[in-house]
Ligand binder design. Structure first.
Ligand code: PMP
Length: 306
């Protein structure tokens, strides 16, 4: 089995990684009933710090609320579980994965009224999601034949396990066809997001990103980049965009906790401008990563030392 850290927090206890087990009849395994988060801890000038940890934990509770899933731990306990998962493994930088799910609560699709969720928090090292070299070189993406979820089917605003069947289709189709990652359109044919990251397009020094109504997850990195770009003097708009807008972009990049900020150098084999990382992408990348060594002033209190 893959073991990525020594210890894991599971239902209120720190235990050896291999001891955190669930029953094969777990509801989440059969029906996808889980909600989760992905949070990065950076080794900063202030020491190991969770990046916007509170907002990520809030989004976990928001996702649970959408599905009426009762998480049997209070907000502060979950915050502490995140810290403890990192500290027990003596990690200075990490990816934290909290996940609430329905365990062995019976086979009915609707869990019994009194059913509680289980909660786990794992923390483990995770480098650049799409490879270190991609941060400068950029990646090749394709618009996939799979659309993002329709808003009246499964809510994309919740970060739920089941949503990632959509992401899996988007990502694997792209990779099968020799691309690094897939971009999906929404059911209206407008640009949505990548399998696990949001999208930004730059045209004439202005930044564009699809709005909440484009079947996206409202990324916390997306919000970070909107804030940093505006602080740097760029105009940023949340606006619906068509596929061909990607082909005519000056620059494109993707954002996410795992992906961080990755330039896109081509879409459907059409080069984005010169086919390499553009100057504004580079400048915003520097401001983003500058948060973690103090070069960028954290005016927003995003760094939360453990
Ligand atoms: N969209 C999807 C589908 C994702 O899985 C993620 C990663 N959580 C994102 C966008 C980016 O969100 P964030 O910046 O909050 O990690």
């Amino acid at each position: 089995a893959a073991k990525t850290a020594e210890f894991i927090w599971f239902n209120g206890e720190i235990m050896p990684w291999g001891d955190a087990k669930v029953h094969v009849m777990s509801h989440a395994l059969h029906y996808g009933t889980s909600v989760f988060e992905g949070i990065r801890v950076y080794d900063t000038h202030l020491g190991p710090a969770g990046f916007r940890l509170t907002e990520h934990v809030q989004r976990l509770y928001d996702s649970a609320k959408i599905y009426r899933m009762p998480i049997p731990y209070c907000f502060d306990d979950t915050m502490q579980a995140c810290r403890d998962a990192v500290l027990s493994n003596k990690l200075n930088s990490a990816y934290i994965r909290p996940l609430a799910f329905y365990g062995d609560v019976g086979m009915g699709i609707t869990p019994p009224k009194d059913a509680q969720c289980d909660l786990l928090v794992a923390a483990f090292p995770w480098g650049a999601y799409l490879g270190e070299e991609s941060m400068e070189r950029g990646v090749d993406v394709a618009v996939t034949s799979w659309n993002r979820l329709a808003p009246n089917t499964i809510p994309t605003g919740a970060k739920a396990g089941g949503n990632y069947l959509s992401s899996l289709q988007i990502s694997t189709e792209a990779k099968r066809n020799g691309f690094d990652e897939g971009i999906a359109l929404d059911v209206n044919g407008l640009v949505s997001e990548a399998a696990g990251a949001n999208l930004f397009v730059i045209k004439k020094n202005k930044l564009y990103t699809p709005p909440a109504t484009a079947a996206i997850l409202m990324g916390i990195t997306r919000d970070t980049i909107i804030t940093l770009a505006r602080d740097s003097g760029y105009e940023v708009v949340e606006e619906a965009m068509s596929r061909e807008f990607l082909y005519l972009a000056d620059e494109i990049f993707m954002t996410g906790t795992a992906a961080e900020l990755v330039p896109v150098r081509s879409v459907d084999r059409i080069e984005v401008d010169a086919g390499k990382r553009g100057p504004i992408t580079k400048a915003i990348q520097q401001r983003f990563f500058g948060l973690f060594n103090g070069e960028t002033e954290d005016k927003w209190g995003w760094l939360e030392p453990l």
